[in-house]
Design a protein around this ligand. Structure first.
Ligand code: SF4
Length: 379
């Protein structure tokens, strides 16, 4: 009688890629998917990037422990590393395993219908930076690059099994040893590559040129976290660039790859952020012409330098700034999409309803298209 498992993944693309890996490994070894109530094994990939994420994680763990009284409960991910005592105290069945123990995986099954139309491969973990607001680098440790051969084999398995788009993920993807070399080796197949996110200081000229010359084989969409438009605040965040350097990078990208689409992350209400700092963030986002801004009201993470900085911003001011920036994000998304009207792009059909363009906009799926197909569409 095959054993049953249930997976709950919270947080980022890296967590999702790891959850996919683990599911593939179990399916490869005779396990089967199941509901959380019937599962013999429950895996929860936890997240603590913000206070809200931590609350969601704790709620999910408690609820799964309650709905299923027999299953073995495995926790992995950032939150259970930072708050291990809390989770172990919740239920004696809980076992916490590290990332290294989790990195198993077998790709072929990733292509089966139950998974995503877009598969992801985690190529890197950990981070050597120490942004003052961030707890992730504490939870995940130093940067490690997964074996290149292993990644290429996995990519080829996915491509051979019909996957049309693969997302390369990592906690700090750009810190992968020889990312340009890896991308060059992956360009031979029909499967297109999307980079999940890359730190501005890691976006080198050779990577930009490779994307420019790949004719869309590497998606001309980059998620480039800015975090703030104020150089004063960027310094307090211990980011590795200032506002002018970031803007120069964006201008260089738009010159070398005219159809490039850019998205970003912005933290509003970082300790000490005054209205002029916020205005600089707003104006720089406008100048960069992002197609999407992910807005995060600053969230205190205990154990980080920013958590004990003076001039913590009141919640109502954070929410007001977040609302303003989300409004801007909506307007910029429309502006970016309208600028692409009449041009053709390869879109990945994610479902009968929704498809994703190369530039990362969502559109209605073309008639009679099937999930997983890559179709050329006039926007
Ligand atoms: S780059 Fe900064 S924000 Fe990102 S994981 Fe590393 S320390 Fe955290």
């Amino acid at each position: 009688m095959s054993k049953k498992f249930y997976i709950k993944s919270l947080g980022c693309k890296v967590n999702r890629a790891e959850a996919d890996d683990f599911a593939a490994y179990l399916l490869e070894n005779g396990w089967e998917f199941s509901s959380s109530e019937e599962a013999d094994l429950i895996l929860i990939n936890t997240c603590t990037v913000t206070h809200t994420a931590e609350k969601k994680t704790r709620k999910a763990v408690k609820s799964l422990c309650t709905t299923n009284k027999k299953a073995k409960i495995i926790l992995t991910g950032c939150s259970c590393v930072i708050h291990s005592d809390f989770y172990k105290s919740l239920d004696s069945r809980i076992e916490i395993i590290s990332k290294k123990d989790l990195d198993v995986g077998c790709a072929s099954i990733l292509a089966n219908e139950k998974f995503r139309t877009r598969a992801s491969i985690k190529i890197q973990d950990g981070c050597d930076n120490a942004c003052t607001y961030c707890i992730v680098h504490v939870a995940r440790g130093k940067s490690v690059s997964l074996d290149k051969k292993f990644i290429i084999n996995r990519f080829n398995e996915l491509s051979d099994s019909g996957v049309k788009e693969v997302v390369l993920t990592g906690v700090n993807l750009g810190a992968y040893n020889d990312l340009c070399g890896l991308l060059t080796e992956l360009l031979h197949s029909d499967t297109r590559i999307r980079l999940s996110s890359i730190e501005p200081q890691n976006l080198t000229d050779d990577i930009i040129d490779l994307i420019a010359d790949s004719d869309g084989k590497i998606c001309r969409h980059l998620h480039l976290p800015l975090q703030s438009g104020s150089s004063r605040i960027l310094k307090k965040m211990a980011r590795h660039y200032n506002a002018d350097e970031y803007l120069s990078l964006v201008y260089k990208l738009r010159e070398k790859i005219p159809t490039i689409a850019l998205s970003t992350d912005i933290i509003v209400g970082f300790p000490g952020e005054d209205s002029s700092d916020f205005k600089q963030s707003f104006d720089l986002c406008n100048k960069c012409g992002f197609m999407k801004i992910h807005v995060f009201p600053y969230s205190v993470r205990v154990g980080t330098p920013a958590a004990i900085m003076p001039n913590q911003i009141p919640e109502d001011i954070k929410q007001k700034r977040a609302k303003n920036l989300r409004e801007l994000s909506k307007n910029l998304a429309i502006k970016d999409f309208n600028a692409r009207k009449g041009s053709s792009e390869l879109v990945l059909v994610e479902s009968k309803e929704v498809s994703r363009t190369e530039s990362y906009h969502t559109i209605a799926s073309p008639k009679a298209s099937k999930p997983g197909e890559l179709i050329s569409v006039i926007l």
